[in-house]
Design a protein around this ligand. Structure first.
Ligand code: HBI
Length: 356
Protein backbone atom coordinates (compact mmCIF):
# COMPACT_ATOMS: atom_id res chain seq x y z
CA UNK A 1 0.00 0.00 0.00
CA UNK A 2 1.31 3.38 -0.98
CA UNK A 3 0.63 6.30 1.29
CA UNK A 4 0.47 9.78 -0.32
CA UNK A 5 3.61 11.88 0.22
CA UNK A 6 3.07 14.27 3.10
CA UNK A 7 4.77 17.33 4.52
CA UNK A 8 5.05 16.75 8.26
CA UNK A 9 6.09 19.05 11.09
CA UNK A 10 7.19 17.14 14.19
CA UNK A 11 7.28 19.08 17.46
CA UNK A 12 9.53 17.35 19.99
CA UNK A 13 9.32 16.97 23.77
CA UNK A 14 10.24 20.18 25.66
CA UNK A 15 11.95 18.37 28.59
CA UNK A 16 15.34 18.10 26.89
CA UNK A 17 17.32 18.48 23.68
CA UNK A 18 17.19 15.48 21.35
CA UNK A 19 20.27 13.30 21.75
CA UNK A 20 20.86 14.07 25.42
CA UNK A 21 18.77 11.27 26.94
CA UNK A 22 16.88 13.79 29.06
CA UNK A 23 13.81 13.14 26.91
CA UNK A 24 13.84 9.39 27.48
CA UNK A 25 12.41 6.89 25.00
CA UNK A 26 10.52 9.47 22.99
CA UNK A 27 13.87 10.80 21.68
CA UNK A 28 14.45 7.48 19.95
CA UNK A 29 10.87 7.45 18.67
CA UNK A 30 11.20 10.91 17.08
CA UNK A 31 14.46 9.88 15.38
CA UNK A 32 13.08 6.58 14.12
CA UNK A 33 9.73 7.80 12.84
CA UNK A 34 11.34 10.82 11.13
CA UNK A 35 14.07 8.69 9.55
CA UNK A 36 11.72 6.00 8.25
CA UNK A 37 9.10 8.39 6.88
CA UNK A 38 11.70 10.63 5.24
CA UNK A 39 13.21 7.55 3.63
CA UNK A 40 9.75 6.79 2.23
CA UNK A 41 9.66 10.18 0.54
CA UNK A 42 7.72 12.27 3.06
CA UNK A 43 9.07 15.76 3.86
CA UNK A 44 9.95 16.06 7.54
CA UNK A 45 11.01 18.98 9.71
CA UNK A 46 11.60 18.43 13.43
CA UNK A 47 11.26 21.34 15.87
CA UNK A 48 13.16 20.76 19.12
CA UNK A 49 14.96 22.58 21.96
CA UNK A 50 18.35 24.22 21.32
CA UNK A 51 21.19 21.72 21.18
CA UNK A 52 19.10 18.96 19.59
CA UNK A 53 20.81 16.56 17.20
CA UNK A 54 19.13 14.09 14.85
CA UNK A 55 20.89 11.89 12.31
CA UNK A 56 20.01 12.90 8.76
CA UNK A 57 16.93 14.94 9.63
CA UNK A 58 16.36 18.69 9.34
CA UNK A 59 16.02 20.10 12.87
CA UNK A 60 14.90 23.62 13.75
CA UNK A 61 16.27 24.48 17.18
CA UNK A 62 14.19 26.67 19.46
CA UNK A 63 15.51 28.47 22.54
CA UNK A 64 13.78 28.73 25.89
CA UNK A 65 13.54 27.13 29.30
CA UNK A 66 12.85 23.41 29.36
CA UNK A 67 9.67 21.99 30.83
CA UNK A 68 9.72 20.12 34.18
CA UNK A 69 9.24 16.38 33.60
CA UNK A 70 5.60 15.77 34.48
CA UNK A 71 6.28 12.42 36.18
CA UNK A 72 8.17 14.23 38.94
CA UNK A 73 4.96 16.09 39.88
CA UNK A 74 1.84 14.98 41.72
CA UNK A 75 -1.43 14.02 39.97
CA UNK A 76 -3.16 17.20 41.09
CA UNK A 77 -0.56 19.84 40.26
CA UNK A 78 -1.74 22.76 38.15
CA UNK A 79 -0.14 23.40 34.77
CA UNK A 80 3.34 24.90 35.12
CA UNK A 81 5.02 27.29 32.68
CA UNK A 82 8.48 28.84 33.07
CA UNK A 83 9.05 32.50 32.19
CA UNK A 84 10.31 31.93 28.64
CA UNK A 85 9.12 28.42 27.78
CA UNK A 86 10.78 26.43 24.97
CA UNK A 87 7.42 24.65 24.68
CA UNK A 88 5.50 27.84 23.89
CA UNK A 89 8.29 29.10 21.60
CA UNK A 90 8.19 25.84 19.59
CA UNK A 91 4.42 26.18 19.17
CA UNK A 92 4.71 29.84 18.17
CA UNK A 93 7.11 28.70 15.45
CA UNK A 94 4.61 25.99 14.42
CA UNK A 95 1.88 28.63 14.18
CA UNK A 96 4.02 30.69 11.80
CA UNK A 97 4.94 27.84 9.45
CA UNK A 98 1.77 25.75 9.70
CA UNK A 99 0.55 26.45 6.15
CA UNK A 100 3.60 24.69 4.69
CA UNK A 101 2.52 21.41 6.29
CA UNK A 102 -0.19 18.76 5.83
CA UNK A 103 0.05 17.73 9.46
CA UNK A 104 1.70 18.79 12.72
CA UNK A 105 2.70 15.94 15.03
CA UNK A 106 3.08 16.71 18.72
CA UNK A 107 5.45 14.55 20.81
CA UNK A 108 5.14 16.58 24.03
CA UNK A 109 3.30 15.26 27.04
CA UNK A 110 2.14 18.74 27.99
CA UNK A 111 -1.06 20.71 28.27
CA UNK A 112 -0.29 23.52 25.83
CA UNK A 113 -0.23 21.61 22.50
CA UNK A 114 -3.57 19.97 23.29
CA UNK A 115 -5.10 23.29 24.30
CA UNK A 116 -3.80 24.94 21.11
CA UNK A 117 -5.08 22.26 18.72
CA UNK A 118 -8.40 24.00 17.81
CA UNK A 119 -6.56 27.29 17.14
CA UNK A 120 -4.47 25.81 14.30
CA UNK A 121 -5.52 25.76 10.64
CA UNK A 122 -3.33 22.71 10.06
CA UNK A 123 -4.42 19.46 11.71
CA UNK A 124 -2.51 18.33 14.78
CA UNK A 125 -1.84 14.68 15.70
CA UNK A 126 -0.67 13.91 19.22
CA UNK A 127 1.74 11.09 20.02
CA UNK A 128 1.44 10.40 23.75
CA UNK A 129 4.62 8.92 25.27
CA UNK A 130 3.50 7.97 28.80
CA UNK A 131 0.51 6.68 30.71
CA UNK A 132 -1.87 8.99 32.57
CA UNK A 133 0.04 11.47 34.76
CA UNK A 134 -2.14 14.33 35.98
CA UNK A 135 -5.83 15.24 36.17
CA UNK A 136 -5.37 18.47 34.21
CA UNK A 137 -3.62 16.66 31.36
CA UNK A 138 -6.16 13.83 31.25
CA UNK A 139 -8.90 16.46 30.96
CA UNK A 140 -7.39 18.41 28.06
CA UNK A 141 -6.34 15.24 26.24
CA UNK A 142 -9.84 13.82 26.67
CA UNK A 143 -11.42 16.95 25.16
CA UNK A 144 -9.18 16.74 22.11
CA UNK A 145 -9.70 12.99 21.75
CA UNK A 146 -13.48 13.56 21.68
CA UNK A 147 -13.35 16.50 19.29
CA UNK A 148 -10.81 15.20 16.74
CA UNK A 149 -11.28 11.52 15.83
CA UNK A 150 -8.08 9.45 15.47
CA UNK A 151 -5.81 12.33 16.50
CA UNK A 152 -4.27 10.53 19.51
CA UNK A 153 -1.54 7.91 19.05
CA UNK A 154 0.05 5.79 21.80
CA UNK A 155 2.63 3.03 22.04
CA UNK A 156 0.62 0.21 23.62
CA UNK A 157 -2.80 -0.99 24.77
CA UNK A 158 -1.66 -1.06 28.44
CA UNK A 159 -0.70 2.60 28.12
CA UNK A 160 -4.01 3.56 26.44
CA UNK A 161 -5.94 1.88 29.25
CA UNK A 162 -4.57 4.35 31.81
CA UNK A 163 -6.60 7.11 30.08
CA UNK A 164 -10.35 7.85 30.12
CA UNK A 165 -10.21 7.96 26.27
CA UNK A 166 -8.57 4.52 25.92
CA UNK A 167 -10.82 3.38 23.06
CA UNK A 168 -10.01 6.49 21.02
CA UNK A 169 -6.27 5.81 20.88
CA UNK A 170 -4.40 4.52 17.85
CA UNK A 171 -1.93 1.84 18.97
CA UNK A 172 1.32 2.46 17.10
CA UNK A 173 3.90 0.33 18.95
CA UNK A 174 7.58 1.22 18.61
CA UNK A 175 10.64 0.09 16.69
CA UNK A 176 14.37 0.50 16.25
CA UNK A 177 16.77 0.58 13.33
CA UNK A 178 17.79 -3.09 13.51
CA UNK A 179 20.83 -2.49 11.30
CA UNK A 180 22.41 -0.57 14.22
CA UNK A 181 22.19 -3.53 16.63
CA UNK A 182 24.36 -6.63 16.26
CA UNK A 183 23.32 -10.06 17.44
CA UNK A 184 25.66 -11.42 20.13
CA UNK A 185 25.53 -15.10 21.06
CA UNK A 186 28.47 -15.09 23.48
CA UNK A 187 27.48 -13.08 26.56
CA UNK A 188 29.75 -12.44 29.54
CA UNK A 189 28.81 -12.90 33.20
CA UNK A 190 26.85 -9.76 33.84
CA UNK A 191 23.28 -8.62 33.36
CA UNK A 192 22.18 -5.11 32.40
CA UNK A 193 19.81 -2.42 33.59
CA UNK A 194 19.15 0.44 31.18
CA UNK A 195 17.06 3.58 31.43
CA UNK A 196 16.75 7.04 32.87
CA UNK A 197 17.90 6.76 36.49
CA UNK A 198 14.83 8.10 38.29
CA UNK A 199 12.47 6.71 40.99
CA UNK A 200 9.69 5.57 38.62
CA UNK A 201 12.16 3.12 37.08
CA UNK A 202 12.87 1.41 40.45
CA UNK A 203 16.52 0.60 39.80
CA UNK A 204 16.78 -0.41 43.48
CA UNK A 205 14.82 -3.61 42.76
CA UNK A 206 17.35 -4.74 40.16
CA UNK A 207 20.22 -3.83 42.49
CA UNK A 208 18.63 -5.84 45.31
CA UNK A 209 18.25 -8.87 43.02
CA UNK A 210 21.88 -8.50 41.91
CA UNK A 211 22.98 -8.46 45.55
CA UNK A 212 21.00 -11.61 46.34
CA UNK A 213 22.14 -13.60 43.29
CA UNK A 214 25.67 -12.21 43.17
CA UNK A 215 25.19 -11.74 39.41
CA UNK A 216 27.04 -8.54 38.37
CA UNK A 217 24.76 -5.78 37.11
CA UNK A 218 25.93 -3.11 34.68
CA UNK A 219 23.81 0.04 34.77
CA UNK A 220 23.40 2.22 31.67
CA UNK A 221 21.56 5.47 31.19
CA UNK A 222 21.17 9.11 31.97
CA UNK A 223 21.29 10.01 35.67
CA UNK A 224 18.18 12.18 35.80
CA UNK A 225 17.75 12.21 39.58
CA UNK A 226 21.17 12.51 41.23
CA UNK A 227 19.90 12.27 44.83
CA UNK A 228 18.06 9.06 43.97
CA UNK A 229 21.21 7.55 42.43
CA UNK A 230 23.31 8.57 45.45
CA UNK A 231 20.82 6.93 47.80
CA UNK A 232 21.04 3.65 45.88
CA UNK A 233 24.82 3.69 46.14
CA UNK A 234 24.59 4.38 49.90
CA UNK A 235 21.94 1.72 50.51
CA UNK A 236 23.85 -0.99 48.61
CA UNK A 237 27.55 -0.37 49.27
CA UNK A 238 28.49 -3.99 48.52
CA UNK A 239 26.19 -4.71 45.56
CA UNK A 240 27.96 -6.07 42.44
CA UNK A 241 27.00 -3.04 40.34
CA UNK A 242 28.87 -0.81 37.94
CA UNK A 243 27.67 2.44 36.34
CA UNK A 244 28.57 2.52 32.64
CA UNK A 245 27.26 5.97 31.66
CA UNK A 246 24.91 7.21 28.94
CA UNK A 247 26.30 5.73 25.74
CA UNK A 248 25.71 6.31 22.03
CA UNK A 249 23.64 3.63 20.30
CA UNK A 250 26.79 2.19 18.72
CA UNK A 251 28.63 1.83 22.04
CA UNK A 252 25.50 0.78 23.88
CA UNK A 253 24.56 -2.08 21.58
CA UNK A 254 28.09 -3.42 21.77
CA UNK A 255 28.06 -3.49 25.60
CA UNK A 256 24.41 -4.47 25.95
CA UNK A 257 24.90 -7.40 23.58
CA UNK A 258 27.34 -9.00 26.02
CA UNK A 259 24.70 -9.07 28.78
CA UNK A 260 23.06 -12.32 29.89
CA UNK A 261 19.77 -10.44 30.32
CA UNK A 262 18.24 -6.99 30.59
CA UNK A 263 16.40 -6.41 33.87
CA UNK A 264 13.42 -4.01 33.65
CA UNK A 265 11.84 -3.03 36.93
CA UNK A 266 9.61 0.00 36.33
CA UNK A 267 7.30 0.89 39.21
CA UNK A 268 5.01 2.87 36.90
CA UNK A 269 3.09 1.67 33.87
CA UNK A 270 5.87 1.93 31.32
CA UNK A 271 4.23 3.11 28.10
CA UNK A 272 6.46 0.93 25.94
CA UNK A 273 10.05 0.28 26.96
CA UNK A 274 12.27 0.94 23.94
CA UNK A 275 15.17 -0.57 25.88
CA UNK A 276 13.42 -3.96 25.76
CA UNK A 277 13.54 -4.08 21.97
CA UNK A 278 17.10 -2.73 21.90
CA UNK A 279 18.07 -5.70 24.09
CA UNK A 280 16.11 -8.24 22.03
CA UNK A 281 17.76 -6.96 18.86
CA UNK A 282 21.16 -7.80 20.38
CA UNK A 283 19.94 -11.28 21.34
CA UNK A 284 19.57 -10.33 25.00
CA UNK A 285 16.56 -11.82 26.86
CA UNK A 286 14.44 -9.43 28.91
CA UNK A 287 13.29 -10.02 32.49
CA UNK A 288 10.50 -7.57 33.30
CA UNK A 289 7.61 -6.99 35.64
CA UNK A 290 4.31 -8.12 34.13
CA UNK A 291 2.86 -4.60 33.77
CA UNK A 292 2.69 -1.96 31.07
CA UNK A 293 4.53 -2.06 27.74
CA UNK A 294 7.11 -4.75 28.59
CA UNK A 295 4.28 -7.21 29.36
CA UNK A 296 3.13 -6.81 25.73
CA UNK A 297 6.64 -7.17 24.32
CA UNK A 298 8.36 -10.05 26.15
CA UNK A 299 7.25 -13.59 25.24
CA UNK A 300 7.34 -15.26 28.65
CA UNK A 301 9.64 -18.29 28.62
CA UNK A 302 10.65 -17.65 24.99
CA UNK A 303 12.38 -14.24 24.77
CA UNK A 304 12.66 -13.60 28.50
CA UNK A 305 10.52 -13.77 31.62
CA UNK A 306 7.57 -11.75 32.88
CA UNK A 307 7.42 -11.82 36.66
CA UNK A 308 5.01 -10.63 39.33
CA UNK A 309 5.36 -6.85 39.61
CA UNK A 310 7.56 -5.67 42.48
CA UNK A 311 8.54 -9.21 43.48
CA UNK A 312 12.29 -9.42 44.08
CA UNK A 313 11.96 -13.18 44.68
CA UNK A 314 10.51 -13.69 41.22
CA UNK A 315 13.21 -11.53 39.66
CA UNK A 316 15.84 -13.67 41.36
CA UNK A 317 14.26 -16.92 40.10
CA UNK A 318 14.07 -15.56 36.56
CA UNK A 319 17.71 -14.44 36.67
CA UNK A 320 18.78 -17.94 37.73
CA UNK A 321 16.79 -19.52 34.87
CA UNK A 322 18.00 -17.21 32.12
CA UNK A 323 20.07 -19.82 30.30
CA UNK A 324 16.88 -21.61 29.21
CA UNK A 325 16.23 -18.77 26.73
CA UNK A 326 17.60 -19.08 23.19
CA UNK A 327 19.22 -15.77 22.31
CA UNK A 328 18.47 -16.18 18.61
CA UNK A 329 14.73 -16.21 19.43
CA UNK A 330 15.17 -12.74 20.91
CA UNK A 331 16.77 -11.33 17.76
CA UNK A 332 14.10 -13.08 15.69
CA UNK A 333 11.29 -11.40 17.62
CA UNK A 334 12.89 -7.97 17.20
CA UNK A 335 13.22 -8.54 13.45
CA UNK A 336 9.65 -9.66 12.87
CA UNK A 337 7.82 -7.30 15.23
CA UNK A 338 9.97 -4.20 15.79
CA UNK A 339 11.51 -3.14 12.48
CA UNK A 340 11.29 0.41 11.14
CA UNK A 341 9.20 -1.00 8.28
CA UNK A 342 6.44 -1.99 10.71
CA UNK A 343 6.72 1.39 12.46
CA UNK A 344 6.56 3.32 9.18
CA UNK A 345 3.48 1.35 8.11
CA UNK A 346 1.76 2.07 11.44
CA UNK A 347 2.47 5.81 11.33
CA UNK A 348 1.51 6.16 7.67
CA UNK A 349 -1.77 4.37 8.33
CA UNK A 350 -2.41 6.67 11.31
CA UNK A 351 -1.75 9.83 9.24
CA UNK A 352 -3.91 8.49 6.39
CA UNK A 353 -6.79 8.05 8.85
CA UNK A 354 -6.44 11.63 10.07
CA UNK A 355 -5.94 13.24 6.66
CA UNK A 356 -8.25 11.00 4.65
N1 HBI B 1 7.28 15.73 30.82
N2 HBI B 1 6.30 17.81 30.84
C1 HBI B 1 6.75 16.76 30.16
N3 HBI B 1 6.68 16.74 28.79
C2 HBI B 1 7.15 15.70 28.05
O1 HBI B 1 7.08 15.74 26.82
C3 HBI B 1 7.72 14.61 28.74
C4 HBI B 1 7.78 14.65 30.14
N4 HBI B 1 8.36 13.66 30.80
C5 HBI B 1 8.97 12.53 30.16
C6 HBI B 1 8.85 12.57 28.70
N5 HBI B 1 8.24 13.53 28.06
C7 HBI B 1 9.59 11.55 27.89
O2 HBI B 1 10.78 11.31 28.54
C8 HBI B 1 9.02 10.21 27.61
O3 HBI B 1 9.96 9.51 26.83
C9 HBI B 1 8.71 9.40 28.81
Amino acid sequence: MNSPQRTLLFISTPVGALGTGQGGGVELTVQNVAQELQQRGHQIEVVAPTGSVLKGIRVTEIAGELQIAVQTQGRNVPIYMPENPALANMWEYARQVQDNYDLIVNFAFDWLPFYLTPFFRTKVAHFISMGSMTEALDAVMNQIAEKYPNCIGVYTKSQAETFPFANKCEILSSAIDLSLYNFCDTPGDSMAWLGRIAPEKALEDAVTAASITGIPLKIYGKIQDRAYWQKIQQDFPDAPIEYMGFLSTEELQQELGKSRALIMTPRWIEAFGNVAIEALACGVPVIAYRRGGPSEIVRDGKTGFLVQPDSINDLVTAMKNIDTIERIDCRQQAETEYSLTVLGDNFEAWFDKILG
